[in-house]
Design a protein around this ligand. Structure first.
Ligand code: ASP
Length: 319
């Protein structure tokens, strides 16, 4: 069994700022990340595929209300939920995604169903929901995704939109994110013992987003990408900039055509290209040799990694 098989996960780059997070909150995030890493690592340790490992990890991240995906997703400006998700298989370059859905309990499973059971890559809205329902995926009332904390977050964002926008335009890209504008996608990338890579991303998007808005997460090459020849990548941050920079694909292109290492490609994609257009956030990436890179230009990013054979997962929030 290859000792390099590994999984990395993120719970978004819009963390609570260091000054506002209580020790109990911090511990809760570390515990959740560690438990999810153990579950994903277990899949790999048993010889499971990278695709299955990232699917299990994102299922659990979606279920956890601490993170902005599935239950606990953020609200749109119309006080509704619109979820996006994508998955990509690095061995075949097959991909599946869904966007703007509000009744599919597990958005990532629906994205995987698009990949495995349709000839398409991206389905949106009512069509995506009908497709998922037709395959017997669990459907829920949109209320399922709501939490009190996220509703309060929306109301704060709406009450202070001018301030939030000013803050958002700040030149200092390392400034803590405004808590009311906080974003927080979840994602996972993995290399399995067979040498295959996979990436998955799932999100409620950004608080107070306009209904109908689609972010980078479900767009292959923007927020999600995997290719066995280079890397598996899952992004989190201000989605519009990740779309404009094609961040996930840029990282892979730097490796493929520029001969860069995973570390150099990941750092450049986030710290140079994304930062140059005031994009904020980060990504997680793993290459076919099992190197892992987790760069971000925000104050923090909920993140962690675990290799097959590791006794304990490594988790972190701040720099
Ligand atoms: N990138 C996501 C989006 O723009 C948000 C996030 O990462 O939290 O929809």
């Amino acid at each position: 069994m290859s000792p390099k098989a590994t999984i990395a996960i993120h719970g978004g780059a819009g963390t609570l700022s260091r000054n506002n997070i209580s020790p109990a909150q911090e511990a809760a995030y570390h515990e959740a990340l560690a438990a999810i890493l153990r579950a994903g690592q277990q899949v790999l340790a048993e010889g499971g595929t990278a695709l299955d490992a990232v699917s299990v990890a994102v299922d659990l991240l979606e279920d956890c209300p601490l993170f902005n995906a599935g239950h606990g997703a953020v609200f749109t400006s119309a006080e509704t939920h619109e979820l996006d998700a994508a998955v990509m298989d690095g061995a075949t370059l097959k991909a599946g995604a869904i966007a703007c859905v509000s009744h599919i309990k597990r958005p990532l499973r629906a994205a995987r169903a698009v990949m495995e059971h349709s000839e398409h890559v991206l389905l949106v809205g009512a069509g995506a929901e009908a497709f998922a329902k037709g395959l017997g995926l669990e459907m829920v009332s949109p209320d399922y995704f709501s939490t009190v904390a996220r509703r309060e977050q929306l109301h704060r964002a709406q009450a202070s939109s001018v301030t939030v926008l000013d803050h958002d335009g700040a030149a200092d890209s390392a400034a803590p994110l405004d808590e009311s504008r906080k974003f927080g996608t979840v994602g996972a990338v993995a290399l399995d013992t067979h040498g295959n890579l996979a990436a998955a991303t799932s999100t409620g998007g950004m608080t107070n987003k306009r209904p109908g808005r689609v972010g980078d997460s479900p767009l292959i090459g923007a927020g999600t990408y995997a290719d066995n020849r280079t890397a598996a990548v899952s992004c989190t941050g201000t989605g519009e900039m990740f779309i404009r920079a094609a961040t996930a694909y840029e990282l892979c292109a730097r490796m493929a055509y520029g001969g860069q290492s995973l570390e150099a490609a990941a750092e450049a994609a986030v710290m140079q290209s994304l930062s140059a257009i005031a994009g904020r956030g980060g990504l997680i990436a793993v290459d076919a040799q099992g190197h892992v890179s987790l760069p971000f230009n925000t104050e923090g990013m909920y993140r962690g990694q675990m290799r097959v054979g590791d006794a304990e997962p490594q988790t972190a929030i701040f720099r």
